[in-house]
Design a protein around this ligand. Structure first.
Ligand code: BGC
Length: 628
């Protein structure tokens, strides 16, 4: 009895101590006076590390914990919390738009968080982040560039850098200075719903394009050499090699699954693009959602600290993915401390930041997390903020919103589309088509559909199927603009045309509905019946048929291929559909090559990095294939 009583008393006393300590922390931060206007951290003439030393010496534990929080904007009910908690970052999760979804609306919304942060005791600027992974797709009217797989097919680092620079301009114009891209995973399995977010399954190609993309986004050519938009190399690491059927999310199959913990694959394949990213100056890396063998990636000290920070020499900060630090254990507190101790510096908090702050306080009070670990995390976050010039920025230095969807950016996007096309088959040199051909028939679900061209991560997380943004050009309108005045162009989505006459050429523009992340995990990616029927119908009323595949990944087409005269992989080209017709009609040449092997059958999945199927057989088309 006595023992039970003493144990209970001890628990109550310990609880009280924690409670009083946590109250004290909160008080101290709110009553401390702000540092003087000439505090060293505010002095732009000092070296960043000196300014960080000064800030760290000034910050309370609460202020440090606040910097480690990256909070989804929809969970912030009171904007004053940005200052009260000294939040390090705020994000728009995919589709996290303002009520007024215009560039001006975004600009005002982001500014409201930045202004709130300035009202905190130390006035540390907040980082505002969003996914702008194929242009600033968050807002209608932005230039939508091809998704990364198209840039991977173009394999042109200079072009990739320009695309990223334009993307940075369009997002910085709305105040978004942090972009959760590029994705540098190496997709080994086309069943994954994120294949199109990646450049290639080849470590060299992904590395060189990823580095170019980071250089373009961060664009340090501006006066003072500050980083324009902070890039995020993601999803560290091995995430393209998850095993089908292992997802920890009950709705998914492969996304958020288990990566076999092969040290050889880590060294020879996965690390390559991240090494290139670190060398290109990446200051933020996002940890993947999923497992490395039996250990959750977000809690793996070997991967996050030993390899990434110590071995690759990464000096920036590691940020977790959506709810990532909490996903692997029912015990939130235990997951959080495991993750922070493994090397997580900033925690993405889609729902509840107040419990994060409370848990972190308790963790430090009970020595579950050492304050030196917190200092290291905050130093890394501040390092990025100083490199971006956020502390020193004169107001109004961002580019104007007229850069969004500008003619110059659309022209660049059109060029990117032209270069991304891969010509897979061309019987009797059917392509290019003569511009003055008499009669063309066009069919297919993606011929006149901006939503399919753009894919997901366009205003909404999962994208929007259909023609819903004015100002974009569909592939059909590109065809119409390209041909001679005399050419007759007919269009029917299902390919139902009179059988009384035969057109010279049928163009079937077919493909996938938009999807994102695990919602796009697909046991057997193929064309759907409606598109197959549209192609079959065209075959009946046209002398020859060209199939244009608008798709986020290779589809299984082995049985159909012999029936098609020419085939072009157009990936997810974005807002400038004319780029496709440019090459179809010979205004530009086909130069793209496959950024990953095109499987013959599902049995070949996943591919090994040497381009062989799981069953040892060769793909339908190897990586690097493409008529030029
Ligand atoms: C994705 C990340 C993305 C994040 C923020 C997550 O669901 O996995 O790639 O950056 O959401 O939107």
């Amino acid at each position: 009895m006595k023992i039970v009583f003493s144990a209970l008393a001890a628990i109550v006393i310990i609880g009280l101590v924690f409670f009083i300590r946590s109250l004290l922390f909160e008080r101290v931060a709110s009553v401390l006076p702000p540092p003087p206007a000439n505090a060293p951290y505010r002095d732009p003439s000092l070296q960043a590390e000196k300014r960080i030393d000064d800030l760290l010496a000034t910050m309370t534990l609460d202020e440090k914990i606040g910097q480690m929080a990256l909070v989804e904007k929809n969970s912030i009910k009171n904007i004053a919390d940005v200052a009260t908690y000294g939040l390090g970052g705020v994000l728009s999760g995919a589709g996290g738009k303002p009520d007024d979804n215009t560039p001006q609306g975004w600009k005002q919304m982001v500014a409201s968080y930045s202004d709130a942060a300035k009202r905190s005791r130390l006035g540390i600027p907040v980082l505002y982040g969003a996914d702008a992974n194929h242009g600033n797709g968050n807002v209608p009217g932005a230039t939508i560039f091809p998704h990364a797989i198209g840039l991977g097919a173009a394999n042109d680092p200079a072009l990739t850098e320009q695309v990223a620079r334009a993307t940075a301009e369009e997002s910085a114009a709305m105040g978004i200075r942090w972009n959760f891209s590029p994705a540098l995973d190496l997709p080994a399995d086309i069943r994954w719903g994120r294949v199109y977010e990646e450049f290639s399954d080849d470590t060299e190609r992904a590395g060189s394009l990823g580095a170019a993309y980071i250089t373009g986004l961060q664009d340090q050519s501006v006066p003072g050499g500050r980083i324009n938009v902070l890039a995020t190399a993601k999803h560290y690491i091995g995430v393209g090699s998850m095993t089908w059927g292992t997802s920890m999310n009950k709705d998914f199959h492969l996304d958020q699954g288990v990566v076999p913990d092969s040290e050889q694959a880590l060294r020879n394949e996965y690390l390559g693009p991240f090494r290139a990213a670190v060398n290109a100056g990446a200051m933020s890396v996002m940890a993947g959602l999923g497992y490395w063998g039996s250990v959750n990636i977000s809690a793996d000290k070997y991967l996050l600290t030993d390899v990434l920070k110590n071995e690759l020499g990464f000096k920036g900060f590691v940020v977790s993915d959506w709810y990532g630090v909490y996903e692997f254990s029912a015990n939130n507190y235990a997951s959080l401390i495991a993750s922070v101790n493994a090397g997580m510096d900033m925690v993405m908090l889609p729902y509840d930041y107040k419990s994060f702050v409370a848990q972190m306080r308790s963790a430090v009070a009970s020595n579950d997390i050492k304050e030196s670990r917190i200092d290291d995390a905050v130093r890394r976050i501040l390092r990025a903020k100083f490199a971006m010039g956020l502390f020193d920025e004169p107001p109004g230095s961002a580019p104007g919103i007229e850069t969004i969807g500008s003619a110059a950016h659309r022209e660049l996007a059109r060029k990117a589309v032209q270069e991304s096309l891969v010509l897979l088959k061309n019987t009797d040199d059917l392509l290019p088509i003569q511009k003055n051909v008499n009669h063309i028939r066009v069919a297919g679900s993606a011929a006149d559909n901006f939503g399919r061209q753009a894919g997901a991560w366009t205003v909404e997380w999962q994208g929007i199927d259909g023609n819903w943004i004015p100002g974009t050009t569909s592939i059909l309108s590109g065809i119409r603009n390209m041909v001679s005045k005399e050419t007759r162009v007919e269009y029917d989505i299902n390919g139902n045309f009179p059988k009384s006459d035969l057109a010279d050429i049928g163009i079937a523009v077919v493909g996938e509905k938009p999807y994102a992340e695990g919602w796009g995990d697909n046991a057997e990616p193929r064309l759907d019946n409606a598109d197959l029927a549209a192609i079959a119908n065209l075959k009946k009323t046209c002398k020859q048929v060209v199939v244009v595949l608008v798709t986020g990944r290779p589809l299984i087409i082995t049985d159909e291929l012999p029936k098609w005269d020419a085939v072009v992989a157009a990936w997810l080209p974005g807002s400038e559909g004319e780029g496709v017709s440019d090459a179809l009609f010979g205004a530009t040449k086909f130069t793209g090559t496959l950024p990953l092997p095109w499987p013959r059958s599902i049995k070949q999945l996943p591919f090994s990095f040497d381009g062989k199927g799981a069953d040892g057989t060769s793909p339908l088309f190897p990586r690097g294939y493409g008529f030029r």
